[in-house]
Design a protein around this ligand. Structure first.
Ligand SMILES: Nc1ncnc2c1ncn2[C@@H]1O[C@H](COP(=O)(O)OP(=O)(O)OP(=O)(O)O)[C@@H](O)[C@H]1O
Ligand SMILES: [Mg+2]
Length: 343
């Protein structure tokens, strides 16, 4: 032990649009980003989080590691999507070790899948509380989802040391960089290629997570279908390389969809006694970079809306970004950074 590299960890996020790697080094006083790389996936290799072509995805991941000359095989990765359930539950107060014994039975009441086919985990939210009941966050992921992920990584020559959950990795990196946002109620909204992940946090504790079936792909397809652009042309517009006078119409429509998703997810806040509503929206993901997206969402939601910079309080080494405009890619890197910080 103590060899160079042992104190660093690699977060690997296999999104439906891009594969992303962030390596964090902890040999100094605070975690530092030592390497960042992204690579696009071929269209339809992954659709709505479901891997349609595991061989192709494994090839993309393997070649990315090869091209970067990374010899390490250990990575931290995550699962997400419909086959992962995250729920805040109440249960009788007990020690964590005892809770671990009964969690499967407890989960049966909350998880709509066959309990034998899921991996379970949980965290007690108020371990030092006094009441007869305690709150916990329960996570259930279909075993098949986890097994498939491990198999895909094995095919890419990699070994996952930790399998996290997308929403928690986003939260983790967000908390690391925005400790001041751990007060009141905020929505962390990660707009990806296929999916938008909404994380509602109250005083830094996740109170609800939800996926909205919206991503930058929809904007691209709208431009293709309604304005006759090719996929590449539309992607250039979305990524801000080419101006398109009509883009704002598509962006407003998209912001509407995301806003409705956030409002639905946060509607229950109104029914609570405190009556405290959403204080701010923090936007991440590649979709947050679509020109005009943040402003459209801010004016539609009428809530303070900010773009998340994953490196707000995480130093990045000058040579970390490989063939990449770091400022441009930054919003996409919150999730893999959260993974790398986890290990
Ligand atoms: N400057 C940019 N560079 C790259 N992608 C961008 C840029 N601006 C906007 N985008 C959009 O962001 C998308 C990728 O975002 P992100 O990496 O967050 O999605 P993903 O994780 O691959 O998808 P998902 O989470 O939905 O599975 C791209 O498909 C692209 O359309
Ligand atoms: Mg993503």
């Amino acid at each position: 032990m103590g060899l160079f590299g042992k104190k660093s960890s690699i977060g690997l996020d296999i999104g439906s649009g891009f594969v992303k790697i962030v390596e964090v080094d902890r040999s100094g006083g605070q975690p530092e980003v030592a390497r960042v790389a992204v690579r696009p996936l071929l269209p339809d290799a992954i659709v709505e989080g479901e891997v349609m072509d595991p061989g192709l995805v494994a090839d993309t991941v393997r070649s990315l590691f090869e091209d970067l000359g990374i010899k390490r095989r250990d990575v931290v990765t995550a699962v997400g999507g419909h086959d992962v359930i995250i729920k805040k539950i109440e249960m009788d107060r007990m020690k964590e070790s005892d809770a671990r014994e009964v969690i499967r039975w407890e989960a049966e009441q909350h998880v709509p899948f066959d309990i034998k086919s899921v991996e379970l985990d949980f965290q007690i939210l108020d371990p030092h509380g006094g009441g007869l009941q305690m709150e916990a966050i329960l996570v259930a992921a279909k075993k098949e989802l986890v097994d498939n992920k491990v198999a895909l990584l094995a095919e890419a020559g990699l070994n996952p040391t930790v399998i996290d959950v997308d929403a928690f990795a986003l939260h983790n990196a967000f908390e690391h960089n925005y400790p001041e946002a751990m007060e009141g109620i905020v929505a962390l909204v990660n707009v990806g290629h296929d999916t938008t992940n909404v994380n509602l946090l109250e005083d830094g504790v996740p109170i609800l997570t939800r996926d909205i079936p919206f991503g930058s792909r929809r904007v691209r397809e709208g431009l293709q279908r309604e304005r006759g652009l090719s996929a590449d042309e539309a992607e250039d517009v979305i990524q801000g390389r080419v101006d398109f006078p009509d883009l704002h119409r598509f962006v407003e429509r998209s912001a509407e969809e995301v806003a409705v998703g956030i409002e639905r997810a946060s509607a229950f806040l109104m029914t609570r006694q405190s009556g405290e509503g959403l204080g701010a929206v923090y936007l991440s993901g590649g979709g947050a970079r679509i020109p005009g997206m943040m402003d459209a969402l801010a004016s539609r939601m009428n809530v303070e809306t900010r773009q998340v910079n994953p490196f707000e309080r995480t130093p990045v080494r000058p040579d970390a970004a490989v063939n990449l405009n770091l400022e441009e890619a930054a919003p996409m890197l919150l999730l893999p950074l959260g993974l790398a910080l986890r290990a």
